[in-house]
Design a binder for this molecule. Structure first.
Ligand code: NAD
Length: 245
């Protein structure tokens, strides 16, 4: 409790918080993490199914997983931790969310300045002409997979697969926010997916205070984290909001 109070005081004084989020913040929304190997990841190995070479080789096979992933995402609702971040933005403390998640839940919670470093599963993109269309529920009944109306190529969710580059605009915006924040929250990420995992180190090297929320320790915890909250993000973030009211 004392540490929460201390962090709330720091936020009140310094403002200008940026949150860097990962799959852990969406666990209580019903979306399993890759590394927990729960839910659909028991049946689909992400290293195989989330790799662009698998998609290029066999889009029909990868679309079996994508349909299930989309169903999970369509059913998910923002967690208490997502809601707390939205509240912090409205209160003027949080400047941006940089997320590795592709579930769109930060937008649904009401955050306005969201950088989706790995894209958004609620959109489809043509790998050839780059045309985008919304990934709606009707797409789930298109077999073997949806195609681009112009090029006839298999559409893919507008997300960064393993083996693909980060969209340059997201990278530039994320680096700017990381450099300029006074406090960085690291929430529910294992910190092993690069280049995303570099972001908190950028903040640290520019003098930010690092506050981490995770059910387990990560490579950040013993290297750059100043305050570590061990447990679910949904149990701490609403408390911080309460203290700032
Ligand atoms: P990860 O699976 O590597 O790690 C998840 C982290 O969340 C772990 O460190 C775990 O201890 C922590 N965690 C679990 N429950 C938590 C809780 N309630 N509160 C706080 N922390 C909790 O996820 P990652 O670091 O985001 O990297 C994996 C990649 O997986 C990302 O690039 C992302 O695109 C993708 N992914 C996204 C989603 C999603 O959009 N929701 C889901 C699965 C995977």
């Amino acid at each position: 409790m004392d540490t929460i109070k201390k962090v709330a005081e720091i936020i009140k004084e310094k403002k200008n918080v940026v949150a860097f989020t990962g799959a852990g913040i969406s666990v209580e929304s019903g979306i399993p993490t890759f590394r927990g190997a729960q839910g659909l990841w028991e049946r689909y190995d992400p290293d195989e199914y989330a790799h662009i070479s698998s998609f290029n080789r066999n889009p029909e096979k990868v679309w079996m997983m994508l349909r299930e992933m989309a169903q999970v995402i369509f059913e998910a609702k923002p967690s208490a931790a997502h809601e707390a971040l939205s509240e912090l933005e409205k209160m003027g403390y949080l400047r941006a969310v940089i997320t590795q998640n592709v579930d769109g839940l930060h937008h649904l919670a009401g955050n306005k300045n969201v950088i989706e470093y790995h894209g958004n599963h609620r959109w489809l993109v043509c790998p050839l002409c780059r045309g985008k269309t919304p990934f709606t529920k009707d797409v789930l009944s298109i077999f073997p997979y949806p195609r681009c109306e112009t090029c006839q190529r298999a559409l893919k969710p507008d997300v960064v697969f393993f083996g693909e580059n980060i969209p340059i605009e997201a990278m530039i915006r994320a680096n700017e926010e990381a450099k300029n924040c006074n406090v960085m929250f690291i929430i529910g990420t294992s910190g092993v997916v690069y280049p995303a995992a570099e972001i908190p180190y950028i903040s640290k090297s520019h003098g930010a205070i690092i506050v981490e929320f995770n059910v387990e320790r990560t490579p950040f915890t013993n290297s750059i984290t100043d305050y570590f909250f061990a447990g679910s993000a949904s149990s701490f973030l609403p408390e911080i909001v309460k203290m700032l009211r």
